[in-house]
Design a binder for this molecule. Sequence first.
Ligand code: URA
Length: 435
Amino acid sequence: MNMNDIIIKKRQGGKLTKDEIDYVVSGYVAGDIPDYQVSALLMAIFFMHMDEEETSQLTEAMRYSGDTIDLSGISGIKVDKHSTGGVGDKTTLVVTPIAAACGVPIAKMSGRGLGFTGGTVDKMESIPGFRTSLEPKEFMDQVNDIGISVIGQTAHITPADKKLYALRDVTGTVDNFSLIASSIMSKKLAAGSDKILLDVKCGDGAFMENIDDAETLGGIMCDIGNRAGKTTVAAITDMSQPLGKAVGNSLEVIEAIETLKGNGPEDITELSKRLGGIMLYLGGRAKSAEDGYVIAEHAIAGGAALEKLKSFIERQGGDSNVVEDYSLFPQPTVELNLIAEESGYIEAIKAKSIGLASQHTGAGRATKDDEIDLSAGIYLHKKVADHVSKGDVLATFYGRDKAKVKAARDEAAKAFIITAEKVKKPILIKEILGL
Ligand code: URA
């Protein structure tokens, strides 16, 4: 087989065979095919596309390019939940204790934040003592004992994705449906769960800015999962404004705890119950997603989900007193308010601008090796459709570096659009594919 022939075939719109795809992925990971040839192929794929069969075959080749996790030692139907990434998205911290409290085993690998989106691993690490790196046996034993464990991604899983993603990032080939879908799904399939729930974020603060693109991506990922024999459901959900009110690591964990206490913002509470309900259905613990919603609601109201979070924190070495005493989280030393300069209704809070401003308070990293400030971030006092009066506090900015926090606040001012007309709330859950 010859890489040059494969590039030309795709450039001319041909369909790659499984053998050709396997050749490219294994040769690239082994270092036998150079970056410049893979870059050319990625650009050919970008313009000429891959069909569903090719996309699925690419995913499988990437899935098996390194270690895969065997969760067969854990009893029960393991359901994974994955968000395509957004601003203020702490849903995993709420949904996984709900699902575990209701009997769905959670054995999950999560990522760190990069750029303007956050990551579950960073958020969990804002809990003093919490360890996100466990030995495989420790991870499995914990799920068998208490029903939940969440760890960081191991270095040896899907090396093809790591290499391809880095190359896509510098060759203008990130935003192609097949390449995004295979990147996400290869990691999900390698992580070993039986069923997969995808939360495909849609809007200004997400990879997919409009509903058509989010539906297309969700559909392709469901197809890949189902071809691999794993029931996959994709919820298309709003990311036109940040989710909830807190953006930034410890702030988001506090909001997740409040949500499990029944005091969370409306959107994160509703999304957690809906996604929790779907996970319970997929995990065989509810007759339908609607039935699961009611069970999830009870797990919050009766305190079982909060108790599960506490034992999860304790078992991973964290101080579970944080659940009652928020002063145990890393504390900011700077706090600045953004004030409304006019009265009216909030028409938009641009999620991407808020995500970038949060990153600039110190809460996020620009490159994967940057240090982050776990105390930093933004708390939104207003959400889209709320009324504001001139002089009201729109948001508070936290951190430990005054210049950074002030710059972030000034930068975020443009994220808020205020209008004289009444505004409707955005639809939170736009569609659910695969149920
Ligand atoms: N997230 C991923 O893991 N991969 C992509 O290509 C895009 C988002």
